[in-house]
Design a binder for this molecule. Sequence first.
Ligand code: NAD
Ligand code: WQD
Length: 343
Amino acid sequence: MNPSNYKILVTGGTGYIGSHTSVKLLQEGFSIVLIDNLSNSSINVLNRIKELTNINFDFIEGDIRDKRLLRRIFKEHKFDAVIHFAGLKAVKESEEKPLNYFENNISGSIVLLNEMDRANVNCLVFSSSATVYGEPSETKCSEDSQLCPKNIYGQTKLIIEEILTSLKKIQPKWKIVNLRYFNPIGAHPSGLIGEDPNGEPNNLMPYISQVAIGKRDKLFIFGDDYNTTDGSGKRDYIHIQDLADGHIATLKKLLQGSPLKININLGTGKSYSVFEVINAFEKASSKTIPFEIISRREGDVGEIYADITYANDNLDWSPKFDINDMCKDAWRWQSKNPNGYNE
Ligand code: NAD
Ligand code: WQD
């Protein structure tokens, strides 16, 4: 296939995963248009993407719930596919503001799907999450494992997955994949783009990075009494560059018309404990990460990791980077940009 024949709409394109995937899409030769309401990302991302690729692309500042805006965009551009990253993703906030999450994530996706359909664009890669598994009965999750999200955020992902599954079933013209990401971390190796959370980070890697740079005194470890190798929680961390490659691989397969299962896990198939991540980060940064062990965080599970057999066998993709690469690149981004995109 020749990517330069294809135009892709990237929703949430200035966000953490969207920006890394956009760089890869441009470097592969795809034409792209990004839409983002900048509710959780910075306009400065755009210059960084341009600096990395030296390729022009369009950006629309706007909301995917804005039907008239979407209608205009789909009229102006002849898209071949959409990669749909736009959404709210903070677990705790989703419990505090459930209606915001239903509205933004679910209604937003429905507006997008309607406008795609009107424009005869029926190819979609959707950002789902391992959070749909909730507390699995087995630590290793395959796409067929039981689904039981433990919070409103996860529920929004499962509801969208279900809508997409029904749509594809009843209207086979739709080519859809729900990518279930495990724990994306790290940054582009240039240190030009990375994860830049607003306020106190919810997730482990940005928290550790901010301790290392001196913005926070210490890491709070949520429990050391799990039934795991060292008692701390174990997760399947995947390098953001591998995750971005997973999107390119999926998109190419869909555009070529290859039949794919609708739900696909993207992880590495290995899990690391909080202590192992701290050790790898200390090695990568030559910094000491002070920590305090506190009680478990509500809703956390002891261990979960991906069965990536299907992705390996069907996407011409496999993860290349290990936890040391992830920590090195996360630290390069954090140390080059102590205030993230706030220059
Ligand atoms: P992010 O917040 O960095 O990116 C999401 C982007 O969407 C942001 O730039 C935000 O401004 C934008 N956005 C939100 N609502 C919008 C709307 N209504 N209209 C237009 N733009 C809107 O998050 P991310 O980490 O890049 O995640 C991307 C997607 O992947 C999300 O759907 C998230 O739920 C999902 N996901 C993320 C992770 C993770 O750990 N980062 C794991 C699994 C799934
Ligand atoms: C990892 C490990 C914590 C922070 C979340 C979402 C999930 C997905 C990815 C979007 C756990 C421990 C963490 C801290 C800690 N996002 N931890 N101190 O919880 O696996 O997944 O992000 O879809 O939906 O729930 O990731 O990075 O928050 O936690 O001890 O300050 O680190 O207990 O064991 P999680 P995380």
